[in-house]
Design a protein. Structure first.
Lengths: 500, 500
């Protein structure tokens, strides 16, 4: 059999894997959007069976042999990408014993319940035992996979392939001080915007039409996607031709749906821009969660919370919500949507303080995985860091270390990708401004073709051709750094807060 | 290994099959309801892969061995049912060569397109070649499966297990004459209802709320199901706890959504009434398409088009659609929804003429499979039979032999189940009237608990425990016959048409 026949075999295998995995994604999407409530138990079983089949297909020895024969023996760049990334996934999958996979699944199913209960009752102790067990299992998992520097790297690699804790630490260390300082300057500022208008009444029916229009104007293609409602917004789907966004509508808070939609539509634009001809293969898939998040944050914040954007759309927004915004001048609205305020809850945090929430989580989960922080000391460590970074202390753990779902499913190594997304976004955006000098005028005219074209050309079309760090360096000519982000927020927020 | 351990193994195997098949059902449902238009190509691939996996799982030799060992060696009645029905499905699946399955799939994919084109252009010749090929393949398919009396039996058995063409012929023969005669009497009647009010304006938004309420009043449980929109209404889902109905709204035709919803909700009530503890096994599944159709037709016609039902709901209906029905008295409305009129299109046919459409199709497809009718002579044969049975002749084949999709996917043997459904419904309903003497008063009070309870107890709870014919005989004390149906329509329609 020739190498190219073998490669065809590999493609067939991974496309079938893709059919299984994308079916699971649809089962999940449906569970979050339209499934009747009584359907959940059976749905879990369907998903479990299909996931197991998918895992079996992922760990078939025949796949390993194909990959071994094809490694370094491919015809072109695309094939090399697919072999490289499939080998990485295959190696990770076969290294972890089935027993450990099952125990992780079982423990996290239970932990999600004890976490929810602990959060509801504001009692960390209720979650402590399962969390300890999950950490032990994840340590064992990381050891099975192996690592060069830190055990945490093996976990981080799942979400941000090729990235190491030491790199994250380096960039977070350069971010932490200046960011905390800027937050303090904002706190001390005498000029402050007033966000109260965002809590007036915004009828859901109008928000639906409005949000759909906002997704459409930035380029989301509804022939190849849709938007529905779910409790926790997400972006899912089956390749570039079927991208599913969700959002949620709060009638007494403007930001939730509008910026939530722009965020998810940013993810959706990445998905719709991936190369269809490489569907279901790594070459046609997003390269990392960090890069994915850079796309959502750029559209949500750098475009969606910018003055040029609202110069174009604020009059329409006032017409949509006359009772809430009819008497609010643009400048006041712009200040409101860009209010900076240290707060307890990550998902409600503004652009400036958000990364500090992530630094806190990264440092804590690193210590938990290293074993230098005991689980019982987690609440105290959390509150101390919250005080150090943001100057505030939560009254209870539901506003502190129990707020996020991630750890309850064993998702250690996930949090850093949120902050990496913000940093990548700023670094890309700095380059965008050089390459599209009249970006602000274009935005003010509601024209996003050049920006979307830039993202398509520089990022989307490559799928997983380049790992995140390499991609960033190719596109911007320099390695990832906190500098562009710090420059961006200083330039944007200093005028809003009257800082020199 | 003990027999009961083997049975556990069998259950595990067929439940996993169920997870795959029900995932395919959801992929299909989504394709018909929410999928963005560009998603269809990839969706077909997903479905093809999962269907192939499901076929592989269905034909695993290990499954055949398990079934062989368990046959006649089961602990209880439920196990015996599951072994019997799985063996039937397994035997059918392994007898058909993979080559034939693939060629059928390929040919019907093409045939669906040529059929659509032929129907659009009203040119039977465009479809003739693919139809001939499909008939040849289905004959080959039937021969692979085997049969005792007629080749057609092997096809019919797929939809109506255990039923034979000779039985269908016998019952249709006793139906054909009296029914044609009654249609003629109605055509000659001097007193006729006027259906024109059904074509006034019925706003879609109101119809949605109205139809949901109608489904709810007859007992459809929305915690365990939902209703959405699709071009061709259907009932699908994942077991009793997640039943998906669809309907379609026509603003200028009252019947489409209201009776369409009652019909699909009738199917849905059967699905919701199947025993959850036997989910994904034959014991927990509908026993035949004919029995399924009996449930939908009973709720749609015997309840939904009855005077007691509208005595209860017509005032509400007038309030919902004041412009269309405000000036229409109940009697006039009742006549309108029960208008009998020979017409060309099966799916638009009334209760009385409907079965004649089916008899026509059954006779023609039997002859096609037998080889006693040449494909090129199909249009002429159709038109002749249409004239003989209904006294009308279609002007072109789009209103004649090209109207239905079934043959284009090779679905020979499917049509009879529609008429069997009507006959089973009438026979069950005759028994219902004996067992619930005050049924009309209950219906007039909007109380359907007793009727639904009767269906649950006598039909739904049994799943595939009994084949259709056996079930009917157990429930009604006599074999399937056309008599109850003929009595039902004579009793109902004679007063409407002022017949003696």
């Amino acid at each position: 059999m020739t190498a190219s026949t073998k490669y065809e075999q590999l493609l067939k295998h991974i496309r079938e894997l893709g059919h299984l995995e994308s079916s699971v994604a649809l089962l999940d999407w449906d569970a979050e959007t339209y499934m009747p409530s009584a359907g959940i138990e059976i749905r879990s079983e369907q998903i479990a069976t299909l996931s197991r089949m998918s895992h079996e297909k992922m760990t078939e020895p025949a796949l390993g042999e194909l990959l071994a024969e094809l490694e370094g023996n491919t015809d072109d760049d695309d094939a090399a990408t697919n072999v490289r990334e499939m080998k990485r996934t295959y190696d990770r999958a076969v290294k972890v014993p089935g027993r450990l996979v099952e125990e992780l699944a079982r423990t996290s199913t239970r932990a999600k319940e004890t976490w929810a209960q602990a959060r509801k009752e504001r009692k960390f102790e209720l979650f402590e035992k399962d969390l300890s067990r999950l950490i032990d299992l994840r340590r064992e998992y990381a050891d099975a996979i192996g690592y060069e520097e830190k055990r945490y790297d093996a976990l981080l690699d799942e979400y941000e392939p090729g990235m190491r804790a030491s790199q994250v630490t380096a960039v977070f260390d350069s971010l932490r001080g200046p960011l905390s300082e800027f937050v303090q300057q904002i706190a001390d500022a005498s000029q402050k915007p007033d966000p109260s208008v965002l809590h007036r009444h915004y009828p859901e029916a109008t928000q639906k039409l409005w949000c759909r229009q906002m997704a459409e104007v930035i380029g989301f293609d509804f022939k190849c996607g849709r938007i529905d409602i779910s409790t926790h917004p997400f972006c899912s789907g089956t390749g570039p031709q079927d991208v599913r966004l969700t959002t949620r509508y709060e009638e007494d808070f403007f930001n939730a749906a509008t910026f939530g939609t722009l965020h998810e539509a940013g993810h959706g634009l990445y998905e719709q821009g991936l190369p269809t001809e490489h569907l279901f293969t790594p070459r046609g898939e997003a390269t990392s969660l960090g890069i994915h998040e850079s796309q959502s944050r750029m559209w949500e914040n750098m475009i969606g919370r910018s003055m040029p954007f609202w110069k174009r759309y604020y009059a329409q927004c006032q017409i949509a919500f006359p009772d809430a915004l009819g008497d609010v001048p643009l400048e006041k609205f712009y200040g409101a949507i860009n209010t900076v305020e240290p707060s307890f809850i990550r998902v409600e945090a503004d652009e400036v303080t958000y990364n500090l929430h992530i630094i806190l989580r990264f440092e804590i989960e690193s210590d938990l995985i290293d074993g230098t922080l005991a689980v019982k000391d987690l609440p105290a460590a959390w509150n101390q860091k919250m005080h150090d970074l943001l100057g505030i202390t939560p009254a209870h753990d539901a506003d502190g270390c129990l707020q996020d779902v991630h750890w309850s499913f064993g998702g250690f190594g996930y949090f850093p990708t949120y902050a990496l997304g913000n940093l990548y976004a700023a670094q890309f955006f700095e380059q965008v401004r050089k390459d599209i000098p009249n970006l602000d005028q274009q935005t003010e005219s509601g024209k996003f073709d050049d920006l979307l074209g830039w993202l398509r050309t520089n990022i989307h079309q490559y799928g997983s051709r380049y790992r995140a760090a390499e991609l960033a360096e190719r596109v911007t000519g320099k390695p990832l750094s906190a500098e562009p982000f710090l420059n961006y927020i200083r330039a944007k927020f200093s005028p809003i807060y009257g800082l020199g």
